[in-house]
Design a protein around this ligand. Sequence first.
Ligand SMILES: Nc1ncnc2c1ncn2[C@@H]1O[C@H](COP(=O)(O)OP(=O)(O)OP(=O)(O)O)[C@@H](O)[C@H]1O
Ligand SMILES: [Mg+2]
Length: 245
Amino acid sequence: MDLMRLENVGKRFDTISVLDGITMTVDEGQFIAVVGPSGCGKSTLLRIIAGLISPTTGQVLLAGRLLTGVNPETALVFQSFALLPWLTVQANVELGLEARRILVAERRRRAGFYIDKVGLEGYEEAYPRELSGGMRQRVGLARALAVEPKILLMDEPFSALDALTAISLRELVLDLWADPQVPVNACIMVTHIIEEAVELADRVLVLSTHPGRIVKEVEVTLPRPRDKRWPEFNEYVDQIFSLMA
Ligand SMILES: Nc1ncnc2c1ncn2[C@@H]1O[C@H](COP(=O)(O)OP(=O)(O)OP(=O)(O)O)[C@@H](O)[C@H]1O
Ligand SMILES: [Mg+2]
């Protein structure tokens, strides 16, 4: 049984069709990247998967069951980090756990565990303004992971960071993905950076614009860690680029 399946999902805002006929399956153990030009509906797709908005047509199935409302198997990492400035790192990471009515002691434990996992041990009592962009996104990752979602969703998670910081965060995501102590079963990452998709993903879904449709799905079979200098790496990049162009 697949973890999740989208069947013929479409979304309209007023008269504009943003997504159309999106059918995709999310299997256990898969890292999926969704690439497409700005405005093609990538964030809308992630919001539908997270159950924050509902599709106009089609359906989202979770282990075969129709999703209605917020998707309990997902947690979202935002491009803008979306931390609450008046809360400490610890309290920000505990936020999603409070909403899920997890008891205080377990909240503390889990938040501490994931703060360590993202490399922020010692910053539990710091406030977001005291952190660099990279550290803030580490908090964003810890907050999503603390929920222990089966499916981790990331919406352009590194695009607000400088190039070097983005490199270290991509490495962190790969380390967490390979870590048997981190119980994430699948990842879906939205990006407009093709190299990022090829570096991280097992499958790359290429979206078109107006309306957003899946043009093609590219399976990336390179071993990890992947090197941008590999000819095969660049062949994937070129292939996806020509699909988007
Ligand atoms: N709540 C809304 N009401 C009306 N239109 C919307 C709404 N949300 C998104 N849209 C429109 O839907 C289209 C797709 O938006 P979306 O944010 O999903 O694109 P995106 O691929 O994530 O773009 P970007 O790469 O810039 O983040 C855009 O034209 C946007 O203006
Ligand atoms: Mg977006």
